[in-house]
Design a protein around this ligand. Structure first.
Ligand SMILES: Cc1cc2nc3c(=O)[nH]c(=O)nc-3n(C[C@H](O)[C@H](O)[C@H](O)COP(=O)(O)OP(=O)(O)OC[C@H]3O[C@@H](n4cnc5c(N)ncnc54)[C@H](O)[C@@H]3O)c2cc1C
Ligand code: FES
Ligand code: FES
Length: 1493
């Protein structure tokens, strides 16, 4: 028997408790909890853990295993899905069958794994044998940086496995299931724009399951029914009753047979590998999807085989002929037949269902036992029945019950709650008993719907659906609950979270509580002392997160009363959040009304969440409405007035958004009033008021036919790492195997925005277990304590004063990451507050700026006569434009690993950085060694978007200091909240502008002061402002321009580079003044834009000439025609005239983006090193880093094209400073331009050296023949390439056209059109369609470029419509994780999303670029499309404008700031409800959250 743990010592017990923990719990432990080992399976392998670490989540356990690094940590709070694994369990709804639940391993407590089969991404496939889902996502470009990919694969895997109907032997899966039923709503991807992932999933259904997706039919009937015998996996036998439900059958279908699943050959009794740390990769069975017999000749993801190196002189070079390394007959040439429509066709391995992992037979027999394990800090109990549970609560009422842990684990992780006694209740059957009626008859006699307290919400959702289907309107409360559950968290949370958890938490924004409240639900609780007793929900919530549930009690069930037949009662629910999917509510409601036969209100409950510190009933409204005739407009008016009295929110209300919340309170009631009338047939109502924004299954196209394709260049080759990313084998910094004696860092961060550091006490941290030491400002010489990308003005460690919340004060290091983090939190710091500046306005007021002083002058501005320029204008418009910041939200947070070497002070630094050179430079600086001792290495990043161009550097330096001090490797991976608090964001920008125009809309003069919020240090804020100033013209000629840039110094974190680098903010400013002009002149905005477009020969405000490669006019007219823009615009105008509650908008905007590091000339250089080995294989190093954009793939293509070999012949392991000296950061969209030319330069040299051998062996001789022959002749087969960008060299302050040089090498250009629909009652919207055309020159790899375009667009869409960074009044970032900061999800992308590239000129002739001298005439594409996301903003602006006009509130100079969140949109509609709900700001009142733009 395992040694039983002892309860935590009395010190953790609340002082008030009369009995010690030991005294309370020891008797129970000794009598009942005699087992402390967990038994479960991982990927078919039995795991038995004796007394495991009680602090571990399932993710902690999984990631501690060798070979199981595919499951990622992206946020730790259930908000991103990177950690998704699948639990294979006995199906709770279908006896004897299995079910697959995608869950967040980061929240799931390890104790919950007992008796279950955990399937991770490694369990379903590997690069050698990928699961067809993995293969599809890889080949169809659904993975860029790959950090989100394993989680997405696992969510889809659960969907596919659950879709199999074992009785009928059919898959029930449709496009709706993939896209509209929330299967992927718990997964985020920041790179791809989601479209290719959906494409891969849907083609898996149509092609692998060999069916047709029925996209238009009735949602309930559009299932795909596939007889899987058609998949040749049927052995002729039908599924047995005992079949567990593996598609294609399992061992129980053929009793006596050996199970085909190797993994299950590990018997239940086999405990040979019970030690968690003893599991090695070879222990893990790889995929059971047998696809090896299908040649993967169309992909180059698997690598090519090369002959062993031929060193012996005796071995003669091979004769000519095809073979590995040959430039003909390669895997690249093979792919992909291009049919007439030009869409590349990949071959996919077939899906073979009966090779899927089965449910381990031993688990059928698994019997749950009462468990207890832990240590002197924390104990876990797992009772197996209600009685045992009640006894624990009786013995120790403070014991924390844990259901799905979706609330508890967040409290543990982010609110420092450490529950010493935790009790896992999710496996107690009595808490999951439901009262779903089996038959129509049973349904009819049902008068209460009973819900097991801890039934998982997904299951509840399914049951609610079936109850409502049987009972109809009588079960409207059940349907209202289901509706809330559909948009409750993400699928992974719903698969584990419970109603009891929601109710007991008593969150004021709970989604379930208002419906349950309105429906008159009763909570049933039980305790040992009182037995079972009811608690009406209406009396349950006492105060903020406080309930009337006695501490010794547990919730056992919830009962919803159902009205009797014939009663006119209806319950509805409505929820409004920032994002539709997976977001907590702003306002959430449950409304119930009962009318008598005369339509008079007999009873009514209007329950609201988000309007008070607890779920609350609008009592005044109830009293007002009782006894009134429902279908009477005076009733509606009285209800609205009463609600205003019920909800008198102050401007500074906690959570903010007072005006919006009040407006929603009215609007949702308004909707309800109409819906009741419609449902009871009381009268005619406008259906639009009732209908919410509708989203369809998405579609879209890419114009795949590439006229510029060459042998390798121009081919749509999947990202070279994509398959590894899909199988979880791709390694990121935190996946590098643990080093011997490795330590982990935990950052000590400032908790004040501006303060003196009075005292820092490290002792409490040093006393904690595992903590080894710390570093701070005293750990390096004072003169070394400074860094900065451009200006060195930021200390590594705060010294005496902190200037930002989240500024680094020091770092604790310990034996494990959890210990280091606990240590960091234990450091005691005394601060003395100093004044705080947060916003741009405050900075201007306080004259708080960093020196910048750059300005652009053109025309009359040069000689100082802008006044004259304006005096010649017919109209002058002035305004202030604000654009909020943006969090990078790369899925992989900043991570680094420092490995000190014992000799010569050298060190290896692995970092998730875009900037290996700067990492090397500053690590050598803090260590006091020359750069040649530091090898900074980057394999790949899980996204970066500019956020790892500089802000990754101090992290690496801290580790280096600690590693040097301890002579041990040190690693860190920041938690999401730490990353967001410390690493800076896109700059919030404000512009104060004045534009002059002629009456016919010709732009004549622009004068602007532009401010960016730099934060507490300069970082790259000056350079961001430079780019901002140089993009404020967008695509328009303005003859007289004076622009001044200002860099504001504030006490926020230091803002940094972000995709677009100030360009998107600048062009947003341009388009806001264009809108103001069009509205002021009453002119069509498209006409205004077209009239002012640059023409060849014009000059920009930085005096660069627009050359012949100016294609914006051509693209505008091509896209306008191909998308039927004018007709659609007219149709929208008509729609808006006839629709009162929904408005549509459309807009078409061009963009140009300058390529080069604009004002840091020295960065426009690159080097590459190409080595050909004697076997013909080629190693490529260059200065660029891989962050998902596909740079490695493109560079391999360039080398392959130049050297005449297949892409498989080239290998890039990583980027490192020991291979490439002085590499510029991979940024400014210039990675391919710079490094591609350097690679070509190296290849040119090698080609020259190989030329004699090509002549000798023929032009098609394989590389191994050439290389071997050259080797024998002692030819140098390694070459160093170098390139510096010619032509550019702009000098700020030089306004002389004759001597000024271009700032940019060329412009990447594009046009976007978006069409939207807006719900005026809530501010919800959907993007109906987006079309983008980009001029990318001759694309090196169109697939990667489409990916960049779609991904950047969606990121831009997020910037301008959804993503809102907010600050607390005392200067802390309030939006510190996916819970509060929303990036676009699967359901936010355009419903129709078409992307194409410019191919032809205005005359229909194939295009050539006359001045483009870039690698293969391609153009940088990473950043340019991002601004086109603003087409959604401006289309929404059109929709709001139409509403304001309708409401008689359209005035000149109206401005709507970015981001256009639901709040901004709704509050700008200017209707009566919004005016009624207005909340005045009292003198001195500050908003609850601060916006800093
Ligand atoms: C990413 C994310 C998204 C979310 N989105 C939403 C959302 O959209 N809407 C929403 O309303 N909530 C949301 N939540 C909050 C949370 O998921 C819900 O409150 C959920 O219902 C909690 O259930 P659980 O079983 O996971 O509770 P747990 O975390 O296990 O427990 C929560 C509380 O309930 C208590 N408890 C659990 N079972 C019982 C019982 N039988 N008797 C007495 N007490 C019990 C626990 O002791 C604890 O105090 C979200 C949470 C996360 C992490
Ligand atoms: S890491 Fe688990 S959801 Fe983000
Ligand atoms: S590929 Fe999805 S986050 Fe990078």
């Amino acid at each position: 028997m395992a040694v039983l743990p002892r309860p935590p010592s009395a010190s953790v017990e609340p002082a008030s408790s009369p009995v010690s923990v030991q005294d309370s719990l020891n008797p129970l432990i000794e009598s009942t909890y005699t087992h402390s080992d967990l038994n479960f399976y991982v990927n078919g392998r039995k795991i038995s853990l004796s007394n495991p670490n009680p602090h571990w989540t399932l993710l902690d356990f999984i990631r501690a295993q060798h070979g199981l690094k595919g499951t990622k940590l992206g946020c730790g709070e259930g908000g991103c899905g990177a950690c998704t694994v699948v639990l294979q369990v006995k199906d709770p709804l279908k006896k004897g069958k299995i079910a697959h639940h995608a869950v967040n391993a980061c929240l799931f407590p390890l104790v919950g794994a007992d008796g279950k089969h955990v399937i991770t991404v490694e369990g379903i496939g590997s690069v050698e044998k990928p699961h067809p889902l993995q293969e599809r996502i890889a080949k169809l470009h659904g993975s860029q940086c790959g950090f989100c990919t394993p989680g997405i694969v696992m969510s889809l895997y659960a969907l596919v496995r659950n879709s199999y109907d074992v009785e009928k032997r059919v898959f029930r899966l449709s496009a709706r299931d993939v896209e509209l039923e929330g299967a992927l709503d718990g997964n985020l991807c920041r790179c791809t724009g989601y479209k290719p992932i959906l494409q891969a999933a849907k083609t898996f259904v149509t092609e692998d399951l060999k069916g047709q997706l029925n996209e238009d039919s009735d949602p309930n009937n559009d299932t795909l029914e596939l007889d899987i015998s058609g998949l040749k996996i049927n052995d002729g036998k039908s599924a047995s009753k005992q079949s567990c439900g593996r598609p294609g059958g399992c061992c129980r279908d053929t009793p006596g047979s050996n199970c085909s699943n190797d993994s299950d050959s590990v018997s239940a009794e086999d405990t040979s590998s019970t030690d968690a740390t003893s599991i090695s990769p070879s222990d893990y069975p790889t995929a059971k999807a047998v696809i090896a017999d299908t040649k993967l000749e169309d992909t180059n993801t698997s690598g090519a085989t090369y002959a062993a190196p031929i060193k012996s002189k005796e071995n003669k070079p091979e004769e000519n002929g095809p073979g590995p390394g040959s430039k003909t007959g390669t895997s690249l040439d093979a792919p992909v037949a291009i049919p007439a429509n030009g869409i590349p066709q990949f071959q996919f391995a077939p899906y073979i269902p009966n090779t899927e992992l089965i449910f381990p037979p031993a688990l059928w027999k698994h019997e749950s036992r009462a468990l207890c394990f832990g240590n002197d800090k924390k104990l876990w109990f797992r009772p197996v029945n209600l009685q045992q549970l009640v006894e624990i609560k009786d013995a120790y009422p403070s014991a924390k019950l844990v259901g799905g842990a979706s609330e508890v684990q967040v409290e543990v992780r982010f609110k420092n709650s450490d529950f010493a006694i935790a009790v896992y209740v999710s496996d107690i059957e009595e808490l999951k008993t439901m009262s779903a009626p089996e038959s129509e008859r049973a349904a009819k006699s049902m008068n209460t719907f009973t819900i097991g307290a801890n039934t998982p919400l997904s299951e509840l959702e399914t049951i609610c659906k079936s109850v409502y289907a049987k009972l109809g309107q009588r079960a409207s409360a059940v349907e209202a609950l289901r509706k809330q559950l559909r948009y409750f968290a993400g699928r992974q949370i719903r698969n584990v979270a419970s109603l009891a958890g929601n109710i007991a938490t008593a969150s004021p924004i709970s989604d379930a509580n208002p419906v349950l409240f309105a429906a008159g639900a009763v909570v049933h609780a039980q305790s040992k002392a009182k037995g079972s007793f009811p608690l009406p929900l209406s009396e349950f919530f006492i105060a903020y997160r406080t309930t009337s549930l006695p501490p010794d009690s547990v919730i056992t069930r919830i009962e919803i009363p159902l009205p009797t037949h014939g009663v006119k009662e209806i319950t509805k629910s409505y929820k409004q959040a920032k994002r539709k999917d997976d977001d907590i509510a702003i306002v959430t409601t449950g409304f119930r009304v009962r009318l008598n036969d005369d339509g008079i209100v007999e009873d009514i409950t209007l329950a609201y969440g988000g309007m008070a510190p607890k779920t609350i009933e609008a009592k005044g409204a109830r009293d007002t409405l009782l006894g009134r005739r429902w279908f009477d407009s005076t009733t509606l008016e009285a209800g609205l007035e009463a609600l205003l009295h019920d909800f008198q929110l102050s401007f500074s209300v906690p959570g903010g958004m007072a005006h919006y919340r009040r407006t929603l309170a009215l609007s949702l009631f308004f909707r309800f009033w109409h819906e009741v009338i419609a449902e009871f047939g009381l009268g005619q109502v406008d259906k639009e008021i009732i209908s919410e924004i509708h989203r369809d299954i998405s579609s879209g196209s890419r114009d795949d036919l590439n006229p510029n394709g060459q042998r390798v260049i121009g081919k749509q080759i999947p990202h070279l790492s994509s398959l590894k990313q899909c199988t979880g084998e791709a390694e990121y910094v935190d996946d590098i195997p643990r080093m011997n004696r490795e330590l982990f860092g935990g950052l000590v961060l400032s908790l004040k925005a501006h303060a003196k550091l009075v005292e820092i006490d490290w002792k409490p941290a040093l006393e904690l277990p595992g903590v080894v030491g710390y570093i701070d400002k005293n750990s390096i010489p004072k003169e070394h304590n400074v860094w900065g990308s451009i200006k060195k003005d930021e200390p590594f460690f705060a010294d005496g004063e902190v200037f930002s919340h989240g500024q680094i004060i020091g770092m604790i290091y310990a034996e494990t990451a959890l210990q280091a983090q606990a240590g960091a939190k234990a450091v005691k710091i005394v601060y003395e507050d100093l004044p705080v500046i947060l916003t741009i306005d405050e900075a201007i007021e306080a004259n708080s700026f960093f020196a910048h002083g750059k300005e652009l002058k053109k025309g009359k501005a040069i000689d100082g006569s802008m006044r004259d320029a304006f005096s010649e204008c017919d109209r002058v418009f002035e305004g202030v434009t604000r654009c909020g910041g943006q969090e990078h939200f790369y899925l992989e947070t900043n991570a680094s690993l420092a490995i000190p070497h014992s000799e010569d002070g050298s060190m290896e630094i692995w970092s998730s950085t875009q900037n290996a050179m700067e990492t090397q430079e500053f690590v050598s600086h803090v260590l006091g060694v020359p750069s040649n001792r530091i090898n900074a290495r980057v394999k790949r990043m899980g996204g970066a978007f500019g956020g790892k161009e500089s802000r990754s550097v101090p992290i690496a330096c801290l580790l280096a200091i600690a590693a040097k001090k301890e002579k041990r490797p040190v690693r860190i991976m920041l938690n999401r909240d730490e990353d967001m608090a410390t690493s800076g964001q896109r700059h919030p920008v404000q512009a104060r502008w004045k534009v002059g125009v002629s009456n016919d809309g010709k732009l004549l003069a622009l004068d602007a002061d532009v401010y960016d919020n730099a934060g507490f240090s300069q970082d790259m804020s000056g350079a961001v402002m430079d780019r901002c100033c140089t993009h404020i013209d967008n695509c328009y000629e303005i003859p007289n321009v004076h622009i001044r840039g200002h860099v504001c110094r504030t006490n926020t974190h230091s803002n940094t580079a972000f995709r677009g680098f100030g360009g998107p903010q600048a062009m947003y400013i341009t388009e806001t003044f264009m809108s103001a002009i069009a509205e002021g002149l009453n002119m069509d905005i498209d006409e205004l834009r077209t009239k002012n477009l640059y023409k060849e020969g014009d000059r920009t405000p930085f005096l660069q000439e627009i050359d012949e490669d100016w294609h914006i006019p051509t693209m505008l007219s091509q896209l306008r025609a191909s998308t039927n823009y004018d007709a659609r615009k007219a149709a929208i105008s008509k729609f808006n005239k006839t629709n009162k509650w929904k408005k549509r908008g459309i807009c078409m905007i061009p963009t140009k983006f300058g390529l080069s590091f604009a004002t840091a000339l020295h960065l426009n250089q690159a080097a590459a090193y190409v080595k050909i080995y004697a076997d013909g294989s080629i190693l490529l190093h260059h200065g660029g880093t891989e962050m998902g954009q596909g740079l490695y793939t493109k560079m391999c293509q360039v080398a392959a094209q130049e050297l005449g070999v297949p892409v498989d012949a080239i290998f890039t392991q990583d980027s490192q400073t020991y291979q490439t000296a002085n590499a510029s950061p991979t940024a400014a969209s210039s990675g391919s331009d710079l490094n591609g030319m350097a690679v070509k330069h190296a290849c040119d040299q090698l080609n020259a050296r190989l030329q004699p051998y090509r002549e000798k062996y023929g032009p098609d001789a394989p590389m191994k023949t050439l290389a071997h022959a050259a080797y024998l002749d002692r030819v140098n087969l390694a070459a160093n390439g170098f390139w510096k960008m010619p032509k550019i060299g702009y000098k700020w302050g030089n306004f002389d056209i004759a001597t000024q040089k271009p700032m940019y090498y060329y412009f990447t250009q594009g046009v976007g059109i978006s069409e939207v629909e807006l719900d005026l009652l809530t501010g919800d919207h959907t993007v109906l369609r987006t079309d983008i055309m980009m001029d990318v020159g001759q694309s090196i790899n169109p697939a990667l470029d489409y990916g960049q375009i779609e991904g950047a667009f969606v990121q831009g869409q997020g910037l301008f419509t959804l993503e809102e960074t907010l600050w607390t009044r005392d200067g802390a970032l309030a939006t510190q994780g996916p819970g509060t900061y929303k990036i676009p999800g699967f359901a936010d992308i355009p419903q129709q999303f078409n992307v194409c590239m410019l191919r032809h000129d205005g005359d229909g002739q194939q295009l050539t670029w006359k001045h483009l001298r870039s690698i293969q005439s391609s153009k940088g594409i990473g950043e340019p499309p991002l601004f086109l996301g603003a087409t959604v903003f401006f289309a929404l602006r059109e929709a709001v404008r139409a509403a304001r006009k309708m409401n008689g509130r359209f005035e000149e100079g109206w401005c709507m700031d970015s981001p256009a969140t639901v709040e901004v949109l709704r509050c700008n509609v200017g209707d009566r409800l919004s005016e009624m709900a207005r909340v005045e700001r009292k003198e001195g009142e500050r908003p609850f959250f601060i916006k800093v733009e």
